[in-house]
Design a protein around this ligand. Structure first.
Ligand code: HEM
Length: 128
């Protein structure tokens, strides 16, 4: 399979499938995701559609996402900061399965910046 040079709705959906399959199987991340998202495939399909819209808005500028990511993460039951490294590692592995190197690294950079902001809000600011 040739690696993608361009980001589009179709390959974002593929990224969601690959990434969240890893998340669901991951011994750390699944302990946070399963209680919040659910056990069944239907709930995961909905989650992937929502996060797919988040990335379409971020990467393609399509105004299709209407969530509150920071608020949602602040409201999750506490989990160790190290989980963010695992999240980013699985995301990077997934990106590399789909996109050419420079495309993969530009998306990864966006994810790293968001992950950084989430971590500052969750762990460094004493707001909850
Ligand atoms: C260890 C790291 C992370 C964990 C454990 C985590 C976990 C979760 C969970 C459980 C939800 C579902 C919440 C719900 O529907 O009740 C969620 C939603 C979401 N996550 Fe994460 N997440 C992490 C990192 C990230 C990062 C780095 C990004 C973006 C780059 C991200 C983007 C989102 C978005 C867009 C939503 C939807 C928010 C909404 O519904 O408004 N997450 N996350």
């Amino acid at each position: 399979m040739a690696l993608e040079k361009e980001i589009n709705q179709e390959n974002i959906a593929k990224l969601m499938d690959i990434f969240y399959a890893k998340v669901r199987k991951d011994p750390q991340l699944s302990t946070v995701f399963i209680p919040a998202v659910g056990e069944d495939n239907e709930s995961w399909e909905k989650h992937k559609e929502k996060i797919g819209r988040f990335w379409r808005q971020m990467l393609l500028g399509e105004p299709v996402f209407d969530g509150q990511p920071l608020k949602k993460h602040l409201e999750l039951p506490p989990f160790p900061r190290e989980f963010f490294s695992t999240w980013l590692q699985l995301f990077e592995d997934s990106l590399k399965m789909i996109y050419e190197e420079n495309v993969a690294s530009s998306i990864l950079m966006r994810a790293q910046m968001i992950a950084q902001r989430f971590q500052v809000a969750i762990y460094d600011m004493q707001i909850h």
